[in-house]
Design a protein around this ligand. Structure first.
Ligand code: NAD
Length: 418
């Protein structure tokens, strides 16, 4: 049995533990957090009351003889924690996305894990969402021909959703601890991952981004447009776009975060639409109009994946199970440290573009340019104060109105709930 420890028992720990709970090959033995005020209650809820709790992650690593560690903390801590765990001889280090808040730290993490012969995983779970795995198979089979364009819209909705403390927002809105903003850099890593993986690409050539900080804390609404590199002069040009839409007045139940994703991919033979991810399983999924995968090819519209679980937590279970297998049997984590760094490069590009008001190229986003400050994400300034309060007030009051009119969360049940 592989021994697993977790650093950081905040919001995402609820999902990261899911792949270990029923595992035959790995067991959670300890958790650590500097704030243990609600850890006991969480362990009780997870059915793991007997786990050891540490306030110092170093002591947990020193005493628990761990094989795997999960790092689920603010981004600026990912490097120091990885360094300590790698030097202590832990076999596998799984770091929640993004790999780090700077490219400099990403490079350090890759180096130390290479030197200490440790498997470093960047934990990006959307890549393991069952409908996306099926979509990838279909795309690879050439169902819509050669892929020409990718478009993803993340809609931020009004919930109701899982409860979240303000604590997890405070470090996300600071560039020093997050590396960018809560949406494009933090959540965006998932979306940049899909933009590369589904399109069969390793990187982008150049990108232009526009970020509106109208709430003063969230980096949205935001729009990004990029060009994929061309492999040969005869191939058609390939582009991608991404947007984060603030629609926080929309009543949209979710068991997790207040958002959902919609993707459209065009190819030389057809079009594919992918409906929903984070809030998959809710009312929209249950309607006949929104199967998880829809294609248009040669005059025919078809849907796929209706047999698959749409609950987002399966993406976590699949991702964790994959890593356990890699540590037990050998192989390469999805993603590797290098791929994790590349996703950070992609996610930094929109901020540099927005701040410097120009198109940026992939090759500019390096540790060196970060250190000489020519390509360094800066904390946004001159934002309207009180924006968050106004934003929260408006979306909450709309939600209250909706609930009074009979929109009640408690009638909503997941299709795959046990
Ligand atoms: N995959 C996803 O969909 C997803 C979703 C949300 C968050 N995340 C990622 O998960 C990570 C954690 O995010 P979160 O939302 O759970 O944040 P959070 O703020 O809810 O939790 C972070 C926890 O780390 C603890 N912590 C801080 N410093 C520590 C230290 N020195 N030692 C031990 N614990 C310490 C905090 O007390 C807190 O409990 C981030 O990398 C985030 O980007 C991923």
């Amino acid at each position: 049995m592989l021994r697993v420890g977790i650093i950081g028992t905040g919001d995402i720990a609820n999902l990261n533990i899911q792949g270990y709970i029923h595992s035959q090959d790995a067991e959670l033995v300890a958790v650590s957090d500097i704030d243990v005020s609600n850890v006991g209650e969480k362990l009780e809820r997870w059915g793991l009351r007997t786990l050891k709790i540490y306030t110092d992650f170093k002591k947990m690593i020193d005493h628990e003889n761990l094989d795997i560690i999960e790092i689920l903390t603010p981004h600026h801590l990912h490097y120091p924690m990885t360094e300590y765990a790698a030097k202590a001889g832990i076999l596998g280090i799984s770091v929640q996305k993004p790999l780090a808040h700077t490219i400099t730290d990403c490079e350090r993490m890759i180096k130390i894990c290479e030197e200490e012969n440790v498997k470093l995983k960047l934990y990006e779970n959307f890549r393991f969402y069952p409908p996306y795995l099926r979509a990838k198979e279909l795309l690879d089979s050439g169902i819509i021909g050669e892929l020409l364009s990718f478009r993803i819209n993340t809609i931020l909705t009004g919930g109701p959703s899982m409860p979240r403390g303000l604590k997890s927002l405070t470090w996300r809105i600071k560039v020093d601890t997050c590396g960018g903003g809560p949406l494009v850099y933090d959540d965006g890593i998932h979306k940049f991952s899909l933009a590369l993986w589904l399109m069969g690409q390793q990187k982008v050539e150049k990108l232009h981004g526009w970020i509106d900080y109208f709430t003063s804390v969230m980096d949205a609404p935001s729009y990004m447009l990029w060009k994929y590199p061309s492999q040969n002069p005869n191939e058609p040009p390939k582009y991608g776009t991404m947007q984060f839409t603030m629609a926080t007045n929309v009543y949209y139940p979710s068991n997790y975060y207040d958002c959902d994703e919609f993707i459209e991919i065009s190819g030389t033979k057809g079009i594919m639409w992918l409906n929903q991810c984070t809030s998959g399983g809710n009312f929209v999924s249950k309607s006949l109009e929104n199967p998880p995968i829809v294609t248009y090819v040669d005059g025919e519209v078809k849907s796929y994946g209706k047999d698959l679980p749409r609950d987002w937590r399966y993406s976590f279970i699949n991702s964790t199970e994959h890593f356990i297998k890699v540590i037990k049997e050998g192989g390469t984590p999805i993603y590797t440290g290098e791929q994790g760094r590349d996703l950070c490069i992609f996610a930094k590009m929109p901020y540099i573009s927005h701040q410097q008001k120009r198109t940026v190229t992939w090759n500019e986003i390096t540790a060196e340019n970060e250190q000489n400050q020519s390509c360094y994400v800066k904390q946004p300034v001159n934002l309207v104060e009180g924006g968050l309060t106004k934003y929260n007030r408006r979306s909450r009051s709309d939600l209250r109105k909706g609930i009074k009119q009979g929109l009640e969360h408690n009638v909503f049940k997941y299709q795959y709930e046990e």
